[in-house]
Design a protein around this ligand. Structure first.
Ligand code: SF4
Length: 229
């Protein structure tokens, strides 16, 4: 049975808001509906939430569920990275669609930097990610896919995630099964774990689902099981 990625990786929204302006942004709709901040285009930092990292029970966290790392001020990033360093029991993931706006280096072992790719013309983001963020771990999320990304250079990438459009537009825009299979196959050739998100079940069928995690993220989940005993 396919698992929901939100059961494996939880959102911690330390920053809310994003100036990038994707038409399909679900975060913008939610932020406006619940009036979380005044203007979604102007990100705000909530440092009081940093204490959530102090929990001893290990967790995998996505820190950009309602923002893009490229929209974070460098001083927010520094504050968050310092807290991450104090909490090696967790793994932390970031995503960006504008790695061209980023330029920094970090030796954090429990931090994963990724880009979202939604079409072939965005493949440049992968190499730009590796060039502009000098870090220990990289991931790529292919979601939602609007066309066939074709052959992808995944060298140096530690994990890929493949998904499809969700919500109101999910009937109009769908990831073709062949695109998803091709990405998973290309990852496997390089020994990279691949994860098909649960929204792909109606498209590819339960039997075709591949849901692999990198060892560090799996160790966190195994650690949670021990914690619950
Ligand atoms: S980058 Fe992400 S958070 Fe920003 S507008 Fe696009 S989908 Fe929304």
């Amino acid at each position: 049975m396919a698992v929901c990625i939100k059961d494996l990786i939880q959102n911690m929204n330390l920053v809310i808001g994003c100036p990038i302006g994707c038409s399909y942004c679900y975060a913008r709709n939610n932020v406006r509906r619940f009036h979380m901040i005044d203007d979604f285009e102007k990100p705000e930092f909530f440092p009081n939430k940093l204490r959530l990292m102090e929990k001893e029970r290990p967790q995998n966290f996505l820190l950009t569920g309602m923002s893009d790392l490229a929209g974070w001020r460098p001083e927010w990033r520094d504050q968050v990275f310092a807290k991450i360093r104090e909490n090696p029991q967790h793994q932390f993931l970031f995503l960006s669609k504008r790695p061209d706006l980023l330029d920094f280096e970090t030796d954090l072992e429990n931090t994963w930097f990724g880009v979202t790719v939604t079409r072939k013309s965005e493949l440049w983001r992968i190499n730009t990610l590796k060039a502009n963020i000098r870090a220990k771990h990289y991931h790529v999320t292919f979601e939602p896919l609007f066309d066939d990304p074709g052959e992808v250079d995944l060298s140096g990438i530690d994990w890929i995630v493949v998904g499809t459009m969700t919500g109101a537009q999910s009937k109009k825009i769908r990831t073709a099964p062949a695109w998803a299979y091709s990405l998973v196959d290309q990852a496997h050739v390089l020994g990279i774990p691949a994860f098909m998100k649960e929204d792909l079940v109606p498209i590819v069928g339960e039997a075709q689902m591949v849901q692999e995690l990198p060892p560090a993220l799996q160790r966190v989940l195994d650690g949670q099981a021990v914690w619950q005993k």
